[in-house]
Design a protein around this ligand. Structure first.
Ligand SMILES: [Zn+2]
Length: 78
């Protein structure tokens, strides 16, 4: 799982590599370039999904688990 994401500010285009927490959603982030507080876009949970180049860990986990469940019923563990 990737926990580093490059966040690009839509206002000043400053890019910062940030560590994404794996246990929570980050819904706001202050740009280190211009100070603008970025908020997740409508329909998205977090700023990394909206402005980063890597989806946030909870989203990655959701994708991985759904792919694994596709091989079986999901209840038998196999
Ligand atoms: Zn900025």
């Amino acid at each position: 799982m990737d926990t580093l994401s490059t966040l690009k500010c839509p206002t000043c285009y400053y890019q910062a590599i940030e560590l994404m927490p794996t246990d929570r959603i980050v819904d706001s982030y202050q740009c280190k370039g211009c100070g603008t507080v970025l908020r997740a876009k409508p329909g998205q949970d977090c700023v990394f999904c909206s402005y980063g180049d890597v989806p946030c860990p909870p989203v990655q986990a959701r994708r991985t688990s759904s792919a694994e469940q596709g091989t079986c019923c999901g209840a038998c563990g196999g």
